[in-house]
Design a protein around this ligand. Structure first.
Ligand code: PMV
Length: 289
């Protein structure tokens, strides 16, 4: 029996733009998914296509038990975390000796297959390695981990990443003269943020700009807008939707002393707040349950 866990993630900058090869910054966050895998003669019944693919790709059969602190379909990378933790646990239980890099690559292939090609490697890479990652068209760079106090607000409205990505693709096809500059400007916020990682006030302002650009792309939602404004009014340095949008979560960067106040403001809007910060470990072995 082997138990492994993997963290969720938030996009601090650059979602949607990364789909077009632009840079983005994503951060692994504390809530985790825990997966226990045990060798078995017969495959236990798994309902998720991600899990089926994990066993298929690794060429083994087993049973598994999942415990998740991450809400699904909310933009916090829960499917990637489940996939990475499951592959890591299979790797350990069956002594397959895949490296973390290989686990991350296999996890990305699985996400791509299940999501019919519509996935960037961001979620699976960040969940595998943890930390703050600058994603580029063909590169990934680990950035020095800043102590960024974050409050996430979950609208509870589930979103469909593939549909949101497709919507932006349609918008780009019909209105390239609007969408191309928007994607460039989103990457502009990412690039400016790289110079401001130790300046939360500036970072927060850049998150606000990124949020407005995402709204212009058409991936906002009235409830996300309400939470973003409530977080800013409660003293956050800045706030934006995170992930595909159209529901899911927003993220606020806060002064440490105001985290509870920002969380309270999110709760007062009937959404679920989550106070969190960076996870620097990525996937890790746990004591067996
Ligand atoms: O909502 P999520 O966690 O699936 O994030 C989607 C982010 C996109 O940039 C829209 C797509 C991607 O695969 O990077």
């Amino acid at each position: 029996m082997a138990t492994w866990s993997a963290p969720g993630k938030v996009f601090l900058f650059g979602e949607h733009a990364v789909v077009y090869g632009k840079h983005g910054v994503a951060m692994a966050i504390r809530p985790r998914v825990y997966v226990t895998v045990r060798k078995a003669r017969r495959m236990s019944e798994v309902k998720s296509p991600y899990l089926e693919e994990c066993f298929r790709q690794m060429g083994v059969q087993g049973s598994l038990y999942i415990r998740s602190q991450l809400p699904s379909s909310s933009g916090l990378g829960s499917s990637a975390a489940v996939t990475v933790a499951t592959l890591s646990a299979i790797n350990d239980e069956f002594g397959l000796s895949h490296s973390r890099e290989e686990i991350s690559t296999i996890a990305y292939e699985i996400e791509k297959k299940v999501q019919r090609g519509r996935a960037s490697p961001t979620d699976t890479y960040v969940s595998s390695f943890g930390g703050l990652i600058l994603m580029g068209a063909s590169s990934k760079r680990r950035l020095p981990p800043p102590g960024l106090p974050l409050v996430i607000g979950n609208t509870g409205i589930s979103h469909n990443t593939a549909r949101m990505v497709e919507m932006v693709a349609d918008f780009k096809r019909t209105h390239p003269e609007i969408v191309v500059p928007l994607l460039d400007a989103i990457e502009g916020t990412t690039k400016r943020a790289l110079h401001s990682l130790n300046n939360p006030r500036e970072l927060g302002w850049l998150m606000n700009v990124n949020h407005s650009l995402l709204e212009a792309l058409g991936v906002g939602h009235p409830v996300l807008a309400r939470l973003v404004l409530a977080a800013r009014a409660a003293g956050a340095f800045g706030a934006k939707l995170t992930g595909a949008g159209g529901g899911g979560c927003m993220v606020a960067l806060c002064p440490s002393r105001l985290r509870s106040r920002v969380a309270g403001a999110i709760k007062a809007c009937d959404a679920s707040p989550l106070i969190t910060t960076i996870d620097t470990e990525g996937t890790r072995k746990e004591k067996d349950v």
